[in-house]
Design a protein around this ligand. Sequence first.
Ligand SMILES: *Cc1c(COP(=O)(O)O)cnc(C)c1O
Length: 419
Amino acid sequence: MPISETFKTRLYPQLDRIAKHFGTPFHIYDEAGLRATGQALKDAFAGAEGFREFFAVKALPNPFILTIMREMGFGFDCSSIPELMLARNAHVAPTDIMFTSNNTSEADFLAAAAHGGCILNLDDISLIGKVPLMPELICFRYNPGAKRSGNAIIGKPEEAKYGVSDGQIADAYRKAQERGAKRFGLHSMLASNELDYRYIVETARMLLDLCRRLELELNIRMEFVNIGGGLGIPYRPEDAPLDLPAMGREVCRLLEDFKKAYGYVPRLFTESGRYMSGPHGVLVTRVINRKDIYRTHIGVDSSMAALMRPAIYGAYHHIEAPGCEDRPLELVDVVGPLCENNDKFAIQRQLPHLEGGELLVIQDTGAHGHAMGFNYNGRLRPQELLLRTDSSVERIRRAENVTDYFATLIFEPDTLAAG
Ligand SMILES: *Cc1c(COP(=O)(O)O)cnc(C)c1O
């Protein structure tokens, strides 16, 4: 999807200047766009009492971004200790943090309980006995199994590693009650990059039905239902965007019906990552080589270390070459320098003729972009910049350097003699 006009009109005219000042490559994020999407999400669910978005930290784990999210009134969804640290450093209250880990370790539980705790979202019935101190408020992640069909990225619920099974869910709450839990929430996340809003509405319906079933069976009332993240964004120009207002209307109607029928209604939580930040970031990289062999390869100064999605999911990221729009189009692969043949940002893509020196804008990198980067082949992750609402540009993370790369080779020698 071509990035929003507002991002483009504020970014493209000063792209050369920004690249000259900061150097390439970089991810750059659009504060105005982040705030606009945050507001759209709040508007869509304005009819849901106590609605709250818990931004999925893993999508864009940068303190400057988390501050913007906090300013919009959002909490955070975390699944690791460093993510908890990031959320806590954003100065939010314990109830503003959900901890949704999977295959949770004892260290994870201890970190989740520290500093006043957080909303603990348990992923399995066996973990109830392993929580060092059962909090008063507990949530479970539900996996409906064969009751729901899957989504392309996460796959069938039955095959997924997440969540408590349908047959175990009532027992899970019962056991948590026995260990002292008194307040309850219910969570599910079944989709990823889902563009059909009706799938998410079905998740809300499924969770509300389950609330009712659990109330009848155990006499407990859910304080909230968390319908997860997984809202999709249109990566391809031909993709239709998710109909957020329709989704909001239909979910709010389900909540109203629930309230009419039972006299109370759980709060609605979401934990979107991609939808919140994905479209509001781009990776800017410079063409450094052109290679004409059997195919034309456009070599750029970044690699899958900066953006893994094309390599690991075959994901499409739209690419533009600002200022080159008038040149003839040709079919090329856009490649990085790794010794991995899948180190490509685009395969057989029509782009304007590129010679070297041009800037490419690889779009929709604001979620699961920089954060997914890695250091294979000694490749280092790039800097991150923030385009402020006043159009100033601020560095919000420096690029990795070789000292960072070698940091783990500085350690206390330790040898266990042969036994
Ligand atoms: C990854 C994740 C999210 C965010 O997913 P998006 O597709 O980015 O919206 C939310 N909740 C949980 C538990 C996750 O693992």
